[in-house]
Write a protein that binds this ligand. Structure first.
Ligand code: NAG
Ligand code: NAG
Ligand code: NAG
Ligand code: NAG
Length: 392
């Protein structure tokens, strides 16, 4: 099926020769032969889809329905066909994620595929994907940026010859990667807390727990992927606000878990009031782990991810889920519109090997973000799987 569609694409894009000749007639015969080959491929693909022989998308859907496959329960298996693309051929990977470019030598971490227990994830295919003609926006912090970056590379690798338009705002708070030939735009909007930070005269930067001003733009998107967590805990000079406002009260600081709950609830209320399920598909990227404490995986002497070159085997992380997951789930349970939680926490916890460590432009130890190519590709495969099995 994939081969069939691809061939059709090449054919319709072949420039025509000018002169009429025997050579030309031979070419025409070749074209007819190709059309027959293509027709057989397409017919087979149709049969395949209807009868469910060996098309992985179909198998996935059937298992999802019949055996109640939970694709977040599984383990990492080695797969020599991975990674899904060569990151060195992907344009403009952010300096935080471009591990190969910045000298990472061990490449085992690129060779793992997520294997759900009862089904397979479908292949990522741009040609009949549900991404075609869509505007996809990631809103959140640098972990959302990480997933955006991976989706850009997956799309670029699927259509390497396509023209692209890429625009990046001055402070890297807005990135827009568009492939006009497919009508796809993938956008990242940095809004670490989802709620607003406004500059107020005399006070400075105010984190407004009950305000979301960018909703009108979000509503124009077909697919939205939100995330927020780790900035709520930050208390260093890098935090991007001076005061917190909740209702009429402006305070210098407050309990951060409380603030997180209030901010995320504001977002939930926005979803309930504003999302149109016929237009907007909403994803929430579950909390992703960092790997600074080897004790979590039974190696208490380990203090960072620099020597980690293999994932953990099995399906569970020794120290279990981080407590903030349960706080987040409690709040997300109040969503009344269709939405999908990308429940990536456990499968990411198993990937202590997938962080950049020092392989970034600044050579700082980073056990929070993730290399691209790498783990975020799987987050996107999970999102893709959800989209193609939705509303058929
Ligand atoms: C997310 O996945 C983990 C591990 O499979 C599971 O324990 C947890 O209950 C799931 N959470 C939700 C909300 O489905
Ligand atoms: C992204 O860029 C494309 C191509 O320039 C443009 O058509 C589209 O409106 C942009 N999307 C947003 C949300 O800015
Ligand atoms: C953050 O730092 C300020 C100033 O040192 C302190 O007053 C406040 O309690 C700290 N907040 C948290 C959540 O650690
Ligand atoms: C990271 O861990 C290694 C080995 O445990 C240690 O030698 C190194 O000093 C640590 N580096 C940083 C920046 O924490």
């Amino acid at each position: 099926m994939h081969g069939g569609v691809y061939t059709l694409f090449i054919l319709t894009h072949n420039p025509e020769g000018k002169e009429e000749s025997a050579q030309k007639k031979k070419e025409i015969r070749m074209v007819y032969a190709w059309i027959i080959v293509v027709a057989i491929f397409v017919a087979y693909g149709h049969y395949d889809r209807v009868h469910g022989t060996n098309n992985s998308n179909v198998i996935w859907r059937r298992l999802q329905e019949e055996e109640n496959c939970n694709f977040y329960e599984g383990s990492w298996v080695r797969d020599e066909s991975y990674p899904l693309y060569d990151s060195l051929a992907c344009p403009n990977i952010d300096y935080q994620f471009d591990c190969l470019k910045y000298g990472r030598q061990d490449q085992n971490y690129l060779k793992y595929r997520w294997q759900p227990n009862n089904c397979d994830l479908p292949r990522f295919v741009i040609f009949y994907s549900k991404l075609r003609g869509k505007q996809i926006m990631f809103v959140g912090d640098s972990i959302g940026h990480d997933q955006w970056q991976s989706l850009v590379c997956l799309l670029h690798a699927s259509a390497p010859e396509s023209a692209v338009i890429q625009s990046d705002s001055e402070h890297a708070s807005f990135h827009n990667f568009t492939i006009p030939g497919y009508g796809i735009s993938v956008i990242f909007m940095r809004q670490q807390y989802l709620v607003d930070i406004d500059y107020e005269d005399k006070i400075g930067r105010v984190l407004k727990l009950d305000s979301i001003k960018n909703g009108e733009l979000w509503k124009k998107m077909d697919i939205l992927v939100f995330n927020t967590w780790f900035w709520w805990n930050r208390n260093d000079s890098g935090k991007p606000w001076d005061y917190i406002q909740n209702g009429d009260k402006i305070v210098k600081d407050m309990d951060r878990i409380e603030a997180f709950k209030l901010g995320l609830t504001t977002w939930v209320n926005w979803v309930n009031a504003e999302i149109n399920p016929n237009k907007n598909k909403v994803f929430y990227q579950g909390i992703t782990p960092s790997h600074w404490k080897g004790g979590e995986w039974n190696e208490p002497q380990v203090k960072n991810c620099s020597l980690e070159t293999e994932p953990l085997s099995g399906s569970s992380y020794p120290s279990g889920l981080p407590p903030q997951v349960f706080i987040m789930e409690d709040i997300l349970n109040k969503i009344t519109k269709p939405f999908h939680l990308l429940n990536i926490t456990t499968l990411s916890q198993l990937r202590k090997d997938a962080h950049p460590s020092i392989y970034n432009a600044h050579r700082t130890m980073d056990c929070l973000h993730w290399c691209v190519a790498g783990l975020p590709d799987t987050w996107n495969l999970l999102m893709y799987a959800t989209l193609i099995t939705d509303d058929n």
